[in-house]
Write a protein that binds this ligand. Sequence first.
Ligand SMILES: Cc1cc2nc3c(=O)[nH]c(=O)nc-3n(C[C@H](O)[C@H](O)[C@H](O)COP(=O)(O)OP(=O)(O)OC[C@H]3O[C@@H](n4cnc5c(N)ncnc54)[C@H](O)[C@@H]3O)c2cc1C
Length: 255
Amino acid sequence: MVSLFTRPEELRSKAASQVDEIYQALMAVLPELKDCHLGELLRHPVSCEASSSAVEDPISTNHVCVGDASMTVDPLASQGVHLAMTSGLQAAAAVHTLLDHPQDGAHAMSFYVDRQQERRRLYVERTAEMYWQVAQRRPSLFWTERAEKRPEPVQPISVMPLDPEDLIQLCHQSALRPTPILDDGRIRCGPALHHPNLPRPIAYVHGVPITQLLASVADPLSYGQLLANWQALLPGPIAHQTFHSLWTAGTLVRA
Ligand SMILES: Cc1cc2nc3c(=O)[nH]c(=O)nc-3n(C[C@H](O)[C@H](O)[C@H](O)COP(=O)(O)OP(=O)(O)OC[C@H]3O[C@@H](n4cnc5c(N)ncnc54)[C@H](O)[C@@H]3O)c2cc1C
C-alpha cells in the first residue's frame, strides 16, 4: 500500500474516479517508484484528513480521551504510537486520582489538559520545522503552507566560559509555583519551577525535587559550589546536564 499526502483542496469535491486519477498521476511522478512496475489498482484509493487535530475537552469526571482520540499529529512526525502511550500513562494517573483522591480531581484534569496542549504545541512546531526544511528546496504550497507555524529560531545562550568562581542566581522570571504534578502514580499539587522559556514546569530532576536543587541558589552561589551541591544529590553527568538545560533556558543567570 502506498499512502500519498496532498493538500485537501486538491481532493475536495472530486468524484471517486478523479481521486483515482490524481492518485495514479502522483504515483507516476514519485522518483522512489520510478523503477517499479506498478500493476492495476486493486481498489479505489480512500482519502481522509491527516492533519494534526485535538479535542477541546480531553477529560472530565465522566470521560477521558486517550491516544488518537485525544490528539493526532501530522504523519511527518511519525510519533503517534509514542504519544498514544504517553497520554495513556498520564490518563491512568489522572483517572486513578479522580477515583481514589477526588480532592485532587481538579488538579488531575488540569494536569491532563496541560500535557495534551503541550504535546499539541510541541508537535505543531516540530512538524512545521520539518515542512520548512523541505520548503527551502521545494517551495510548493503543500510545503510552504505547513511551514507557516514554524517558531522563530531562538538564539542559543552560551554555557561557557563559566569559571568555578562565577556567581550564579535564579533569573528574576524563574518562579516556584504550586502546580499539578505526577507523583507516585497520582496527580497532586506541588511546587514546580516556571519560566517563560521552559516548555513545561519542572517538579523533579531524576527523582530529586526541584525545590531541593534550587534551595542552594536562593542566594547567589558560585558555579563550582552549585555543581558540587547538585553532584551530592544527582549523578555527576546528570548534575552537569541539568545545569546546562536550566542555564540555556535562561532560568539561571550570572549574578
Ligand atoms: C497509515 C498510518 C501510518 C502510521 N505510521 C506511524 C508510524 O510510523 N509511527 C507512529 O508512531 N505512528 C504511526 N501512525 C499513527 C499511529 O498508528 C496512531 O497514532 C496510534 O496507533 C494511535 O493509537 P491509539 O491506541 O490511540 O489508536 P488505534 O491504534 O487506532 O487503536 C484504537 C483501537 O480501538 C478500536 N476501536 C475503535 N472503536 C471501537 C469501539 N467502538 N469499540 C471497540 N474498539 C474500538 C480500533 O479498532 C483500534 O483497534 C500511523 C497511522 C497511520 C494511519
